[in-house]
Write a protein that binds this ligand. Structure first.
Ligand code: NI
Ligand code: MN
Length: 229
């Protein structure tokens, strides 16, 4: 599959069969969004939680491409109120087939208010993560924004992820100190760090995590540069 980091917590994944998944779409105004990168299709959007830096362009992309839109129940309810079609609401521990992959929603330790058009904050349910099982048997864990939590050991036990996406920036999520413990609890061989460097306050860096998590391969991506996995 082809993975392209679009900066911050936003990723584009093109599966071997050609389906495009977009995680936590923030394109307009994302300081790390790769200039000139064009989203040329979208079969599914997965939203981890309702903060603007994860949901900002979900409505626009959904209207443009008519993908399935996966989120926790209350966030999907808000998206539907914005006339987003094809929402696939779910909650933690549940799984559903989205195209060729099976998506399971997991816990996250974070908040989930959605800033509405008038500036008020709407209840968006809870922040979540996703386990994605590909049809070739490989498994990805996309944590969304979160601190480390001891139940990551359950994610390791139940889903055995081969690749994890973890925030490391600090301030709004865990920093490399906590992410190193997450690597250990998840027993995951490879981690793609995210949610760092976007703003001055997001100070965590992949090399700091690599020093603390020597048994894990920390795979730093460059925004806009496609990698194969
Ligand atoms: Ni957040
Ligand atoms: Mn965030």
């Amino acid at each position: 599959m082809e993975i392209t980091w679009l900066g911050h917590g936003t990723f584009q994944m093109v599966l071997p069969g050609g389906e495009t998944l977009i995680f936590d779409p923030w394109t307009q105004g994302n300081p790390l969004y790769p200039a000139g990168h064009e989203i040329k299709g979208c079969d599914a959007i997965l939203v981890s939680h309702g903060h603007f830096d994860h949901i900002h362009d979900a409505v626009g992309l959904a209207k443009q491409w008519k993908p399935k839109v996966v989120g926790i129940y209350e966030t999907c309810h808000w998206l539907e109120s914005k006339a987003v079609a094809n929402c696939c609401p779910m909650n933690k521990g549940g799984s559903q087939k989205i195209g060729s992959v099976t998506v399971t929603m997991t816990h996250a330790v974070h908040s989930c208010g959605i800033t509405d058009d008038d500036g008020s904050i709407v209840y968006g349910g809870e922040a979540a993560g996703y386990v994605i099982k590909l049809d070739d048997g490989r498994t990805i864990y996309f944590s969304g924004d979160t601190n480390v939590f001891s139940d990551m050991a359950l994610i390791a036990e139940i889903y055995k992820p081969d690749l994890a996406f973890l925030p490391i920036g600090d301030l709004y999520t865990m920093s490399p100190r906590e992410a190193a413990v997450a690597c250990r609890l998840l027993k995951v061989p490879t981690v793609i760090p995210m949610h760092f460097g976007t703003f001055p306050g997001l100070t965590g860096r992949p090399e700091q995590l690599q020093k603390l998590a020597s048994d894990t391969k920390i795979w730093e991506l460059t925004p806009g540069k496609l990698v194969n996995w």
